[in-house]
Design a binder for this molecule. Structure first.
Ligand SMILES: C[S@@+](CC[C@H](N)C(=O)[O-])C[C@H]1O[C@@H](n2cnc3c(N)ncnc32)[C@H](O)[C@@H]1O
Length: 244
């Protein structure tokens, strides 16, 4: 965990800026995975009623609240105290089906009972895959799903890395020209696939999310993965998963 603490500091700065602006964002009317109005919406989830769900890096909590309103039992975890505070301000007291947690997602996943579904809107690339992926598979029930969106091409048109390296990206404070550097794992789809498979998950689909504005280079990918019902052992023979 070398670069990640400074990332959380930057998110605290971002969030305190938004708190100071008193910005009131509306509730989601259409689910987005990074670019409002582009790409798939909530359809990849299917029916979430009664599902035990984790929002990894939940920020303001709007996505989590949206799923909770559809009957999911959602835990929303964010490591930034200021982001968490914004979420608590927005959803004070008991919002049915929504639990807001301020914690490192990896620490939470190590201890939590397994989830039916873990999703993340643009937050996974802030966590070191070498720290996150080893705990992810056992944080899902067998057959459980992982849905996450990740930066693919940044605003300058720089595409993803085909090597497992962390690199700086720019986070601009909304309403200003003040830029902050954040370290991210902006990885190519083939590399995400290899990493997920190495850590016991199967990748089911990758969906491109480009901006509808042709002048905007920013592009995301939505990854849909699953913990298999059965794990393959080193001989390639399937064995039934009995625990985790
Ligand atoms: C780009 S924001 C996305 C927030 C939210 N998912 C959304 O779409 O509005 C990334 C979030 O990831 C959180 N984050 C970064 N590292 C984390 C970690 N190790 N554990 C939990 N949250 C983390 C940050 O604090 C930040 O709120």
């Amino acid at each position: 965990m070398t670069t990640e603490p400074s990332t959380i500091d930057t998110w605290n700065t971002y969030s305190n800026h938004q708190l100071a602006r008193g910005l009131q964002l509306p509730d989601l009317t259409r689910w987005d995975w990074g670019t409002p109005g582009a790409g798939p919406g909530i359809e990849p989830f299917g029916d979430v009623n009664g599902a035990r769900v984790l929002d990894l890096g939940s920020g303001l909590g709007r996505h989590a609240a949206h799923l909770a309103a559809l009957g999911a039992d959602v835990t929303a975890v964010d490591a930034s105290a200021a982001q968490h505070q914004r979420a608590v301000n927005r959803y004070p007291g008991h919002t049915s089906g929504l639990r807001l947690l301020c914690a490192d997602a990896v620490a939470h996943l190590r201890d939590a009972d397994p989830y039916d579904l873990i999703y993340s809107v643009c937050s996974m690339p802030y966590l070191d895959p070498g720290r996150l992926l080893p705990v992810l598979v056992n944080a899902l029930v067998p057959g459980g799903r992982l849905l996450f969106s990740a930066l693919h091409t940044n605003s300058t048109g720089t595409g993803p890395s085909s090597e497992l390296v962390v690199r700086p990206e720019i986070l601009r404070l909304p309403g200003t020209t003040e830029d902050h550097q954040v370290m991210m794992w902006t990885l190519a789809p083939e590399l995400w696939k290899d990493l997920l498979v190495q850590h016991g998950l199967s990748l089911e689909s990758v969906t491109t999310i480009d901006s509808p504005d042709p002048g905007n280079h920013v592009s995301y990918r939505l990854y849909a993965a699953r913990r298999p019902q059965k794990a393959s052992n080193r001989t390639g023979i399937d064995s039934t998963v009995v625990g985790g």
